[in-house]
Design a protein around this ligand. Structure first.
Ligand SMILES: [Zn+2]
Length: 77
């Protein structure tokens, strides 16, 4: 089961969750503020494999930072 990383829009908390692929895009409330305005961000697994090709991460979809350059954005790291 892959590890996904989420970020809360309200309090900016990052948290991780082990979820199946079918659950990956389901809503996951923030553990700190209970906000439902969370979004899935790039996981460590995907970030790690990024070294073998940047398109690999983008092809997975759901990356909120796909439009920015990876080295200048804190969200991408
Ligand atoms: Zn939050």
């Amino acid at each position: 089961m892959p590890l996904y990383e989420y970020v809360c829009d309200d309090c900016q908390m990052r948290f991780e969750a082990l979820r199946s692929f079918s659950q990956a895009d389901d809503l996951l409330p923030c553990p700190r503020c209970q906000s439902e305005r969370t979004k899935r961000t790039i996981s460590r697994f995907v970030a790690f494999s990024k070294t073998s090709g940047e398109t690999a991460g983008r092809s997975l979809g759901g990356n909120p930072c796909a439009a920015c350059s990876a080295d200048s954005c804190a969200t991408c790291r």
